[in-house]
Design a binder for this molecule. Structure first.
Ligand SMILES: Nc1ncnc2c1ncn2[C@@H]1O[C@H](COP(=O)(O)OP(=O)(O)OP(=O)(O)O)[C@@H](O)[C@H]1O
Ligand SMILES: [Mg+2]
Length: 261
């Protein structure tokens, strides 16, 4: 199997008519971990939502392809089936659907009709992932995310990633709200999945997560585009010095996509 490749070219995204992502280029290949960092309100979650096809996020220009196929022409379902995965910054709660039923349905949708996962194989994979993530068995019998603590929801997102085996996984602030032990556990789940068959985009504010999930590339997002890229040392510099030195070097006064037209 060839390594997957997600290619984003000159992407522009508007929300309610307001331009948020403004000319973003990025290529993520299997085996690579990319981190996107950047101050609040610079478009990180907007990028993630637009890649998954959230209807509120309107792509006004640019192209996105996964293994050469036009992602922007696909429905949300199709994107998931083709191997795109998003762990959300704010996972939603779904009553009446257990996590395990949800997972099995999602896996089968990805595998396609006639190729459903055998029950025993599903149980084995689920058990293994639960063990890695140190999640209790009874958690997957509860309604999806309902009443889950913030940290439990994040673990549940990674559980989904582990079972769905995506080609490209986007993790939006999967570290927010996690205690130190949970952070290491979540990172363990991601690291266990890393291979040539998976490319990862980690959105985070903190270098700490990147100690556990080592990125090959670090990108800084400001004003809806990548203004600086580097290796892991860039994340360390940001942790030590903040963002002002980048803004100064690039002559950026307001890094958000907020006020100016
Ligand atoms: N539905 C919306 N309507 C209006 N503005 C929006 C909407 N969604 C996002 N925005 C604006 O787009 C900008 C970027 O938001 P986004 O959530 O992408 O930021 P972010 O980089 O993920 O920030 P954070 O680090 O705080 O998560 C913000 O100014 C936000 O208010
Ligand atoms: Mg965000």
């Amino acid at each position: 199997m060839a390594r997957p490749e997600l290619k984003i070219e000159n992407l522009h995204v508007a929300v309610d008519g307001k331009p948020i992502i403004r000319g973003l280029n990025l290529v993520i290949r299997g085996g690579e971990v990319h981190a996107i960092m950047g101050p609040n309100g610079t478009g990180k979650s907007t990028l993630a939502q637009a890649l998954m096809g959230h209807p509120r996020y309107e792509v006004t220009a640019g192209t996105v392809t996964l293994d050469g196929e036009d992602v922007l022409a696909m429905s949300v379902d199709e994107r998931a089936r083709k191997g795109l995965f998003l762990a959300m910054q704010y996972p939603s709660e779904v009553s009446g659907v257990s996590t395990s039923d949800f997972l099995r349905t999602a896996i089968n949708a990805r595998r396609g009709e006639g190729n459903e996962i055998p029950l025993m194989e599903f149980v084995r994979k689920l058990d293994r992932a639960l063990k890695t993530l140190e999640m209790p068995q009874d958690m997957v019998r509860r309604s999806l995310n309902e009443g889950f603590s913030g940290g439990e929801k994040k673990r549940n997102e990674i559980l989904q990633m582990m079972l769905l085996e995506p080609k490209i996984a986007i993790l939006d602030e999967v570290d927010s709200g996690l205690d130190i032990d949970a952070l290491k556990i979540v990172a363990r789940g991601v690291n266990e999945m890393l291979s040539e068959n998976l490319g990862v985009l980690v959105i985070t504010h903190y270098q700490r997560l990147l100690n556990y999930i080592r990125p090959h590339f670090v990108h800084v997002l400001m004003q809806g585009r990548i203004v600086k890229s580097g290796g892991p040392e860039l994340a360390e510099a940001l942790e030590a010095k903040g963002y002002d030195w980048i803004k100064e070097a690039l002559g950026i006064v307001d890094e958000t996509v907020g006020q100016e037209v």
